[in-house]
Write a protein that binds this ligand. Structure first.
Ligand SMILES: Cc1ncc(COP(=O)(O)O)c(C=O)c1O
Length: 397
């Protein structure tokens, strides 16, 4: 690793052991030209693979026309993207920003505005424990884990937490000040924990009964990754607003919030905004992602490919029950859950040429691009098998 890395970069990330300089499809190369199969997708971002030809062409040609002009002006690529998002989600409108945390900030501000307008004493959001919503102060306040919160208190007031998939616990936590409920359809950083369909449907019923907003954070599970455009769509629920980011730009930063028809007048001129959000270049990149998802039928194939990967991971679980405790997830958002911290296994996968990403609860996330081939899935599984065969679990733990 370049010694200037730690000399000039703030140490808020663990020291990386490899550098990456090039990517194509599911493959990336380091500066010594060693290649790796990328099952991180830049943490669920490059869902159409690295440097997809169509994405590169569209993004390049937009860069030659106009990169940025601000929301003082109407941006045709932004309008086109908003229309396509609404068509893929449900009747409503879009608001664009630059990241997942920002999308959740907008969701939180949306819930505050709804509270102020409807019942001013209501402002609290009830959120799933073990979720992750981002690092800005609002999004962090909606994130229960001390690992992220420690050192940053006092955080924003107005958040309470209940365990995922425990409807009764959620119901018990609702009080006079609650304005809404916010969950991920699959907790990503939390270790690929799937919100059950009956839980999501139950939350929806609870929200309708108690007149609460139902908010979904689809930042990680969105944009085709789970075999639906957005992860919650499998459950057939109809949320009031949804946060989206990561995969939307295919690597170019963009986030967004979809707001249901009923609530589209909540934000009024001046009530929220961002300089960069929804720029011509970001929206053009996102439109190119949607083009590729459609043209290559990637959402449907994510289900098939996911099943192939899931089968392979289940076989690894059966062959190595002392190392692996469980396999979780859906589509191409899957995890091998280990009995012990999986850092060494992740490092061994890397050395053998497979990049994966850790998560809470000893999970190893497998997040390949949606256009991964069956052969590439086979190669990744062969690396896992080789590493796990040679891996000696630490018996002292
Ligand atoms: C579900 C979820 N929400 C929000 C975020 C924050 O997104 P960003 O890192 O783009 O701010 C993440 C990032 O991992 C996420 O997984």
């Amino acid at each position: 690793m370049d010694s200037d890395h730690s000399k000039y970069l703030v140490g808020n990330y663990a020291s990386p052991s490899i550098d990456l300089v090039k990517g194509k499809g599911a493959w990336v190369w380091d500066s010594k030209n060693k290649k790796y199969l990328d099952f991180t997708s830049g943490i669920a971002v490059t869902n159409i693979g690295h440097c997809h030809e169509h994405w590169v062409k569209k993004t390049f040609s937009q860069a030659q026309e106009m990169v940025h002009c601000s929301n003082l002006f109407s941006i045709p690529e932004q309008v086109r993207l908003a229309k396509r998002m609404v068509e893929n989600i449900a009747p409503g409108k879009m608001l664009f920003c630059n990241s997942g945390a920002e999308a959740n900030e907008a969701l939180i501000k949306f819930s505050r505005l709804v509270g102020k307008k409807r019942e001013p004493h209501r402002h609290k959001l009830l959120v799933a424990e073990n979720g992750f919503h981002g690092r800005t102060m609002g999004a962090l306040s909606a994130t229960s884990s001390p690992k992220y919160r420690n050192g940053f208190e006092p955080l924003l007031e107005g958040f309470s937490f209940a365990p995922l998939n425990d409807l009764h616990a959620f119901e018990k936590k609702i009080d006079q000040e609650t304005i809404g409920i916010m969950v991920e359809s699959i907790q990503g950083e939390g270790g690929i924990k799937v919100a059950r369909d009956d839980f999501l449907l139950g939350l929806q019923e609870l929200c309708r009964e108690k007149n609460l907003l139902f908010l979904l954070d689809e930042v990680q599970a969105g944009i085709g990754r789970t075999g639906e455009f957005l992860g919650f769509q499998k459950s057939g629920i109809e949320p009031d607003a949804v946060a989206i980011a990561k995969g939307l730009g295919g690597g170019f930063p963009i986030g967004g919030v979809w707001i249901a028809e009923k609530w589209v007048d909540i934000f009024t001129p001046g009530s929220h905004g961002t300089t960069f959000g929804g720029s011509p270049l970001a929206c053009s990149a996102a439109n190119a992602v949607l083009d590729v998802l459609e043209a290559e039928n990637l959402i449907e194939t994510a289900r098939e490919k996911g099943n192939i990967l899931l089968k392979g991971l289940n076989e690894l679980h059966s062959s190595h029950p002392k190392i692996i405790s469980e396999v979780r997830g859906r589509g191409l958002m899957l995890a091998l859950v280990c009995h012990q911290a999986p850092n060494k296994i992740i490092q061994n996968f890397r050395e053998e040429g497979l990049l994966v990403v850790g998560a809470a609860e000893n999970a190893i996330r497998f997040l390949p691009p949606l256009n991964i081939s069956k052969e590439e899935i086979g190669e990744a599984l062969a690396i896992c098998s080789k590493v796990l065969k040679n891996f000696k679990p630490d018996s002292s733990k």
